[in-house]
Write a new protein. Structure first.
Length: 359
């Protein structure tokens, strides 16, 4: 019977939960916990008859303590055991896994290295990633998360907001603003080393992002909470057209893609972000007050990068990378502009499903 008690205690820690943004239904985990409680009560009501009261108390007490210890061991906590920046890991990943993004790669590494090695940053790190679809914006966010959190994107301290999912109705803007503030404040109170990713910024109602402006600013503390060690990442397609234009000009001039520098893109990027009412940043004080530390351009991907993506995907599936298959997949995609066919319309998106046809 002791083994039954032991099994109960051991099985409990694996029912841990991850917090989710308001609107997601947390009832699944609540149900699990209530089921366990009911199960434990019913099982123990039978067990206690088998022991005298003192033995029962000791067994249950020891079991609970042991259970808590094991639970704490497996549960992700806001400390260096779970959150430890791996600078070499990020560099290796950016060098080996991210294709065709020499500018983004350089800025991201510098920005994250600088921020994470500073024990007393004056403000949170705020990055805004811009570019055409399928060029690696979400992918890079994932690499950053993996370099900071042992659990990567699955960490309880990494939070993703998607405009169309979490803030779909313009008429509820006032509610969204206060929910967003509370949500960010609550999560940073829980762990100062939190990461927030705002996806589809270009579909976000202009003004909503201003509601979290104070958290991105140079305050030591706001209502007793310091936001200075958190990371905010905004993702959007805004500015993508300007980046493509520049990349195409370089291509037409016969210049190497790697010759494109940040300064070649900076002006077009900042203009198209601030003056574009479909960027999510339209005339926000976030830009006015220079609270975004880095605007990171993502270049449109070419045929050679699509081949690299296909090879990487085969490797990820434990298949022998086959250059002929990768070539076939890359040839299957559509490229633009129509006459020159230089850039992949969908970047490296859809490679996964295309590979299914050929492997
Ligand atoms: N530059 C890249 N290097 C390596 N893999 C890439 C790159 N770009 C995209 N991929 C692959 O394609 C997938 C889709 O890319 P991702 O979701 O990062 O695109 P995105 O830039 O966020 O696009 P969107 O603007 O449509 O959201 C990634 O999971 C990754 O596997
Ligand atoms: Mg994306």
């Amino acid at each position: 019977m002791l083994s039954v008690v032991f099994f109960l205690v051991l099985s409990f820690p694996f029912y841990s939960t991850k917090t989710s943004y308001a609107g997601n239904n947390p009832s699944g985990s609540t149900m699990k916990v209530s089921h366990i409680c009911l199960w434990v009560t019913l099982t123990f009501s039978g067990l206690v008859n088998a022991f005298d009261p003192i033995t029962t108390t000791v067994v249950v007490g020891v079991g609970a303590a042991l259970g808590r210890t094991i639970f704490n061991y497996f549960k992700e906590t806001c400390d260096p055991k779970w959150i430890a920046y791996n600078a070499t890991g990020l560099k290796t990943d950016l060098d080996n896994k991210l294709f065709g993004q020499h500018i983004a790669s350089r800025i991201i590494l510098k920005a994250v290295n600088g921020f994470m090695s500073n024990p007393n940053p004056k403000k949170p790190l705020v990055l805004s990633l811009h570019g055409w679809t399928g060029t690696g914006k979400n992918f890079v966010s994932q690499l950053i998360a993996e370099s900071v959190y042992a659990e990567g994107m699955h960490s309880r301290f990494v939070h993703v907001f998607t405009s169309t999912l979490h803030f779909p109705h313009a008429e509820h803007m006032a509610t969204y603003k206060s929910q967003l503030q509370q949500w960010v404040r609550g999560n940073v109170t829980n762990c100062e080393r939190s990461m927030f990713i705002f996806d589809e910024m270009d579909k976000m109602h202009p003004g909503l992002i201003d509601s979290i402006k104070p958290y991105l600013d140079y305050y030591e503390k706001l209502d007793g909470v310091s936001y200075r060690k958190s990371i905010f990442i905004f993702l959007s397609n805004a500015g993508g057209d300007g980046i493509i234009q520049t990349a195409l000009e370089f291509w037409k001039a016969g210049k190497n893609r790697e010759e494109i520098e940040l300064k070649d893109l900076e002006t077009t990027l900042s203009l198209s972000v601030f003056n574009n009412n479909k960027s999510g940043f339209f005339r926000t004080s976030l830009i006015d007050k220079n609270l975004v530390d880095f605007f990171v351009p993502f270049l449109p991907l070419e045929y050679q990068h699509v081949v690299q993506c296909a090879m990487a995907e085969m490797k990820a599936r434990n298949l022998e990378p086959n250059p002929d298959v990768a070539d076939q997949v890359a040839r299957d995609l559509v490229y633009f502009p129509k006459s020159e066919r230089v850039f992949s319309v969908k970047g490296c998106k859809t490679i996964e499903s295309k590979l299914d046809f050929y492997t």
